[in-house]
Design a protein around this ligand. Sequence first.
Ligand code: ZN
Length: 94
Amino acid sequence: MVFRAPKAAPQSVVPAGRRGHLIGRFCHGCNQIFPLQRRMHSGDPIFGRDHVASPCPYEGWSFEPGAPWWEPAVEVLPPPPPVEAAAPAAAPKP
Ligand SMILES: [Zn+2]
């Protein structure tokens, strides 16, 4: 499956060092991410299953700040390159 949008995940599951831009709202009812500009749980998500067999219990709800059924979704940044801990400080002199 290919997503055009950057990879995203609920903020609580992304390590602090890998949180990118806030890009949407993650619904705990249907595990889908809805665009930030939409204030209601409605329409197509930007991440999630294409077809949901049963309607989400929160369908049609507005994303009230602090409501327990959703949380911010952030872009997941690629992991940082491994740090070369044993890098030589200087090349040996000939
Ligand atoms: Zn939902």
